[in-house]
Write a protein that binds this ligand. Structure first.
Ligand code: ADP
Ligand code: MG
Length: 763
């Protein structure tokens, strides 16, 4: 024994007590011995309660043994009592053992005392330990939240068929919801159908009961609509103890979490935006389908890799993109969400613009990763670029158109007066040649202003239903003359009748301009192709090209095997005055004109080209259901004059004086006005004489239409010729009865004016 044994000795003889002490010492037992001989002393000592063993004499003069034993048993239930006395009868000895005395030793055989003490102490310890663990298990059994069921398995032909409850703890009711007393009953009675519905459970319980091997199992009990974990072991052969935990709420929460993450996953995978997440090192931890598709790399090559490396290091231009320029990296390092635009690079090195939002994932106070949401904005950029380009063209067009209009009037006067000069001078003299040159130069100028008006969409169009194939065929000879002999022309015209609403001369212009460019692009010879076909523009086409409106179109394709062009050139070719040709060779107007005409015809133009690979232009013009409308050819009549009185209103001084000169020379009486208001006034004064009014479309005070409306109030049948410079002047004239009024386009030659005047007057 490690510590001294505390021994309470109930003995009236001091001598015997000393003897006992000596004996213990002699045998190496260290002990604290205390002697009592009265009941009060005993009661006092018992209260100290630190005794390991009690040695008691049987007959003491001042103490009744059975009384003291009762006291000891009550107060010190675990302390063993050994009787040390003179002889006690056998009967008595049995009686004492029953009362709880551990052993007795005769005073004359004291040598037996030591082993007896040792054994009693050992037994006491064991008893104490057992009592302790029993109490522990009892309290566990009683207080546990899990149900504990002790059952005996019932077998038939070696198979488990039922089980009988031996005991259940209080939690059984709460866990299973079974309120009735089940002890002694069979489970088949308590839960009807249990044995049929749960053969696997029964089999498992049976196996544990027979093999003694414990097991654990999660199971859903349909009859109770609850989830349970069963921990099963066997306390004795044929019996099982089942500890059951109700895990229904945990299971439901698990299921809800699972459902939630499944829904979340579905959302991620079906989202149109690319979404991926990175950890604190910037490595990709998850990535959705849209992102994989946009980046063009298999998922396995993306997961676990550094996103900055993947999306920025493939760039073909090999420009260094430092780590701290990458918005996602920035978000990772400072925890701040950002959004904006940048470029991502695919594995093949091609970049595409994206719009993104990078968001930090913050747990507690630390960044534990980031999520990137992005979408490809190539299409949007393209539409923006197209819009910008269109606005630019529009702006330049308006500017140039305004100048061209005034310039046209100037040229009109130059050509007109030169024409008069031509009629007056001696055709064989030296001056005739000069005048011819002035007129020729003037006409070239007019041609140029016409082109400028064309791309600014301000020239007057003669719109009719025309067959595109016919236009191309009529132009064949002219194109053959235009391009050199080392260029072959290939025609590939659709069989169908391709009728569009167009100004045929403008379509000629388109073809001539495109063919001229093709020729210039093939200085060493090559092939030029012109093809026509029909095409149905659908929403798919409109979506991918970023322009168009649905319907049936005629497509004219003009292609060549020439030098082609790079991207930078291709983006600018429709700009007026943009040319790559050397000074004096190119005007930069050709394609601007083509573009203007196409737009004016509600069409679209497209170009595909690569350096060294030739060029393809495609023009889409809306098809019409109308039949071809033939313009009546005008016979070359002789010019005749007249004697009628004509009112002419024109705000441009030189043009007005030109018209006055021409008309008076041919016998007419001319009354002139410088604006619309004057025209009305002068008409009122001379209304009986005036047979015809010639009005400029746009004039100060009152425009041509307004003036004519007032004139018609005075004289409803008054005949009129409108002379217009460009489209916008035509619009205010719409709705005018065309029996009495006709239109002429500026510049008007003297011959044409005289012919038209006669035609209207003779009407
Ligand atoms: P210009 O012919 O006076 O230069 P355009 O407007 O007709 O003006 O053409 C503009 C530019 O477009 C040309 O200078 C040329 O660089 C380019 N281009 C046009 N058509 C072609 C083509 N078929 N092949 C190669 N480049 C072309
Ligand atoms: Mg050109």
């Amino acid at each position: 024994m490690d510590r001294p044994v505390n021994i309470l000795v109930i003995e009236d003889s001091q001598a015997d007590f000393l003897l006992l002490e000596r004996l213990l010492r002699q045998h190496g037992t260290s002990a604290n011995c205390v002697r009592v001989e009265k009941i009060e002393e005993l009661a006092e000592a018992v209260r100290a309660n630190n005794w390991d063993i009690v040695l008691s004499d049987y007959s003491l003069p001042r103490l009744n043994f059975s009384e003291s034993l009762k006291l000891i048993r009550r107060e010190l239930p675990d302390v063993p009592v050994i009787l040390v006395s003179g002889s006690v009868g056998e009967e008595m000895a049995v009686e004492l053992l029953k009362l709880g005395v551990s052993d007795f030793v005769l005073k004359d055989n004291l040598i037996r005392l030591l082993p007896s003490i040792r054994r009693a102490l050992g037994e006491a310890n064991e008893r104490r330990a057992r009592r302790h663990s029993e109490a522990l298990y009892r309290s566990l059994f009683e207080n546990m939240l899990n149900s504990v069921v002790h059952c005996r398995m019932i077998f038939r032909d070696g198979l488990p068929v039922d089980m009988e409850y031996i005991s259940v703890n209080p939690a059984f009711e709460a866990v299973t919801g079974i309120k009735e007393n089940v002890v002694g009953r069979r489970i088949s009675e308590v839960i009807p159908g249990y044995c049929q519905d749960n053969p696997e459970s029964l089999e498992m319980f049976g196996r544990v009961a027979l093999t003694g091997e414990p097991t654990r199992w999660e199971h859903y009990l349909t009859s109770l609509d609850r989830w349970f974990t069963f921990s099963i072991y066997s306390p004795a052969h044929g019996e099982v103890v089942i500890v059951t935990e109700n895990i229904t709420s945990r299971k439901k929460a698990e299921q809800e979490r699972e459902d939630y993450s499944r829904r979340l996953e579905l959302l991620l995978e079906t989202a149109g935006e690319g979404i991926f997440g990175v950890n604190t090192e910037g490595r990709i931890t998850f990535i959705n389908q849209a992102a994989i598709r946009l980046l063009g790399l298999p998922k396995a090559e993306l997961i676990g890799r550094n996103s900055h490396e993947v999306f920025h290091s493939h760039r073909s231009d090999e420009v260094d993109y430092p780590w701290n320029d990458c918005p996602l990296c920035k978000t990772l390092s400072d925890g701040i969400s950002r959004s904006g635009e940048e470029t991502y690079y695919k594995a093949d090195g091609s970049g595409f613009p994206i719009e993104f939002t990078s968001t930090a994932i913050i747990e507690g106070d630390v960044t534990s990763g980031a999520v990137m949401l992005f979408r490809d904005i190539t299409e949007r950029r393209k539409i923006e670029d197209d819009l910008r380009q269109a606005q630019k063209l529009e702006g330049i067009g308006q500017l140039a158109g305004g100048i061209a209009h005034d310039f046209n009037n100037v040229l009109g006067a130059v050509i007109g007066f030169s024409g008069l000069l031509q009629m007056k001078i001696d055709r064989s003299g030296p001056l005739a040649n000069y005048v011819d040159e002035i007129i020729a130069a003037g006409r070239r100028g007019v041609a140029m202003t016409q082109q400028i008006l064309a791309f600014s969409r301000k020239q007057v169009l003669d719109m009719r239903a025309v067959n595109l194939n016919e236009i191309v065929r009529n132009l064949e000879k002219m194109l053959r003359r235009l391009v050199r002999e080392d260029i072959s022309i290939q025609y590939d015209l659709a069989d169908e009748n391709m009728v569009v609403h167009a100004d045929a001369s403008q379509i000629d212009q388109i073809l001539i301009n495109l063919a001229t460019n093709a020729r210039d692009a093939m200085p060493g010879g090559g092939r030029l192709g012109i093809a026509t076909k029909t095409f149905v523009m659908d929403s798919e086409y409109i979506k991918t090209h970023g322009y168009g409106s649905p319907g049936k179109y005629a497509v004219i394709t003009v292609w060549d095997t020439g030098s082609g062009m790079d991207n930078k050139t291709r983006l600018r070719i429709f700009e007026p005055f943009f040319t790559t040709k050397e000074c004096g060779k190119g005007t930069g107007l050709g394609l601007a004109v083509v573009h203007g005409i196409v737009k004016q015809h509600n069409g679209y133009i497209n170009v595909y080209s690569e350096t060294g690979r030739g060029t393809v232009f495609k023009i889409y013009l809306p098809l019409t259901e109308h039949v071809v409308d033939r313009a009546d050819s005008q016979p070359d009549e002789l010019i005749r004059g007249g004697t009628e009185t004509i009112l002419i209103a024109e705000d441009d001084d030189s043009l007005r004086s030109l018209s006055i000169t021409v008309l008076s020379q041919y016998g007419y009486t001319v009354i002139d006005a410088a604006d619309g208001e004057e025209a009305v006034l002068k008409f009122a004064e001379n209304r009986d004489k005036i047979k015809l009014v010639i009005l400029d479309g746009i004039m100060p005070q009152k425009n041509g239409k307004e003036a004519y409306a007032e004139i018609q109030q005075l004289c409803p049948d008054m005949k009129a010729i409108f002379i217009s410079g460009y489209t916008e002047e035509i619009f205010p004239l719409e709705g005018i009865h065309d029996k009495t009024a006709v239109f002429m386009h500026k510049p008007v030659t003297s011959g044409n004016l005289l012919r038209k005047v006669r035609e209207v007057l003779d009407g």
